[in-house]
Design a protein around this ligand. Structure first.
Ligand code: F6P
Length: 356
């Protein structure tokens, strides 16, 4: 059996653990296993940059962050645009897949990666997709690997800010990753006792944010912690069209929404508001035990699907069970935090403000 493997898009802590799960699951039963590891995501498949790997190459990497194959961002919308030398990227990927006589291609990645995986499926390649992203925004799976490891890092960052904020009686914003969704901010914010949590899915009203800070001060609390998603948006900006928002952002002087909010809070309260950005540390380091288990299960389930000849699926985790979800049903869809979910109601009941 010949399988290709690649990791694409922003990395996360648990990519190696997932690949190890696939290879261990296969190598226990398949005697003639050949593994083609394509370097730096789809780039490796397009330009045939790969290394032949053995099962031994996947030993000892369970706890290792990053990816032994490297990764890169290859936006889906550019996949159908020829490269600078006129190369048709999709045709090149098909050609290399066929040249190596691969039985299937295991693709680990997030939303954009999944769209290209689905395109390759439509082009007739045997594809298995594994849902990776710290953002947890892949539709059709309850959880993506990398998410809980990132929650640990972001929570630790907020915990650390908590102690210094309380010593100095300061207002602090911790900006959390998550692209267009708020899962990471929501979980890290709740896990670390943030007082105000701002998510893209719940546009904020500046007056409500100020009122929540004021309420704490009146209650004698000297400090306030805001967990702000990098994609958080004000109610007024949420009303703008995509084009209008883009034009407004082009004139924006603050590097991110957190700095804009910090200026507003400082001006309005007279108390200095500081910003802390853990940034890419949220994708780094070792996978947490939960992710190691999740990746072992998803990887092994992928191996099972490959041995059964089932292709064209994402291996998902649904209600604690692995499930093969047709790629065509989920590619291009985003899983967002539901503002009407019980979790949001529970968090609100505890007095945490979403600024809405
Ligand atoms: O999708 C993962 C993610 O870390 C997002 O949370 C973030 O918006 C983005 O990638 C950052 O991408 P890059 O590493 O390309 O700056």
């Amino acid at each position: 059996m010949k399988i290709g493997m690649l990791t694409s898009g922003g990395d996360c802590q648990a990519l190696n653990a997932a690949m190890r799960g696939v290879v261990k699951g296969l190598s226990n039963s398949v005697k003639d296993l050949e593994i083609f590891g394509f370097y730096n995501g789809y780039k490796g498949l397009i330009y045939d940059n790969y290394r032949k790997l053995s099962a031994a190459d996947f030993s000892g990497i369970l706890t290792q962050g990053g990816t032994i194959l490297g990764s890169s961002r290859q936006p889906f919308k550019l996949m159908t645009v020829p490269d600078e030398n006129g190369l048709d990227k999709v045709a090149a990927m098909k050609k290399n897949y066929k040249k190596h006589k691969l039985d299937c291609l295991v693709i680990l990645g997030g939303n954009g990666t999944q769209k290209t995986a689905n395109l390759l499926r439509e082009e007739g390649l045997n594809i298995i997709h594994l849902p990776k992203t710290i953002d947890n925004d892949i539709y059709g799976t309850d959880i993506t690997f990398g998410f809980y490891s990132a929650v640990n890092v972001a929570s630790y960052a907020i915990d650390c800010i908590h102690t210094t904020a309380s010593s100095h009686n300061r207002i602090f914003i911790v900006e959390v990753m998550g692209h267009k969704v708020g899962w990471l901010t929501l979980y890290a914010g709740v896990a670390s006792g943030a007082d105000i949590i701002l998510l893209p899915e719940i546009p904020y009203d500046s007056k409500k944010v100020l009122a929540a800070i004021e309420k704490r001060h009146k209650a004698g609390k000297g400090f306030t912690i805001l967990a702000v998603a990098e994609g958080a948006i004000s109610k007024e900006d949420a009303k703008l069209s995509k084009k209008e928002l883009k034009a407004k952002m082009a004139k924006e002087v603050h590097p991110t929404v957190s700095y804009k909010l910090a200026k507003m809070i400082t001006d309005e309260t007279g108390s200095e508001c500081r910003v802390a950005v853990p940034g890419h540390t949220q994708r780094g380091g070792s996978p947490c035990p939960y992710d190691r288990v999740l990746c072992s299960r998803l990887g092994s389930a992928a191996a099972g699907a490959i041995m059964d000849g089932k292709f064209g699926y994402m291996v998902a985790m649904v209600n604690g069970e692995t499930k093969l979800v047709p790629l065509g049903d989920v590619a291009g869809k985003l899983k967002m935090v539901d503002p009407k979910s019980s979790m949001i109601a529970e968090v609100k009941r505890m007095g945490i403000s979403f600024g809405d």
